[in-house]
Ligand binder design. Structure first.
Ligand code: AMP
Length: 131
């Protein structure tokens, strides 16, 4: 059965898309720990990120870097933090989180509550800066 993230790529489940190429897809996390919290995934289904072959993982990181550069321009932050867990969704993904302080990366805290309009506006800003 397709993962929830494959269903997002297929357009079966809505998302706030940030960027896409042939191999990778980036969209806003539905439960952001900080404004602009984005997930980068490979379109090809792989559960564990360190099972991705070296060349593809390199390309995924390069794609994530481009997304992070767009986030830096679109969202007020000091830098973009990166995290990988994958405990919830069995489809490899990199969390890219605009941060100004260490606690912005704390996944245990209460998630931000944002309206669909706010999320759409943030995604549009990041998309606009993506090169
Ligand atoms: P983890 O697998 O532990 O890295 O966590 C999965 C992440 O995916 C969480 O931050 C969720 O909020 C996020 N997530 C789950 N379903 C969706 C969805 N439909 N759209 C966007 N983000 C999602």
């Amino acid at each position: 059965m397709a993962t929830i993230f494959s269903r997002i790529v297929a357009g079966e489940i809505p998302c706030h898309k940030v960027a896409e190429n042939d191999e990778f897809f980036a969209f806003l996390d539905i439960n952001p720990v900080a404004a602009g919290h984005t997930l980068v995934i490979p379109k090809k289904e792989v559960d564990y990120i360190f099972d991705i072959d070296d060349a593809e993982l390199g390309r995924m990181m390069t794609f994530a870097k481009r997304v992070a550069k767009a986030q830096e321009k679109a969202i007020a932050c000091k830098r973009v933090g990166i995290a990988v867990m994958g405990l919830e969704v069995p489809h490899a993904h990199i969390h890219l989180i605009p941060i100004t302080k260490e606690s912005d990366m704390y996944f245990g805290r209460k998630k931000l509550e944002m309206s669909q309009d706010e999320l759409a506006s943030i995604a549009a800003k990041i998309r606009e800066k993506f090169e």
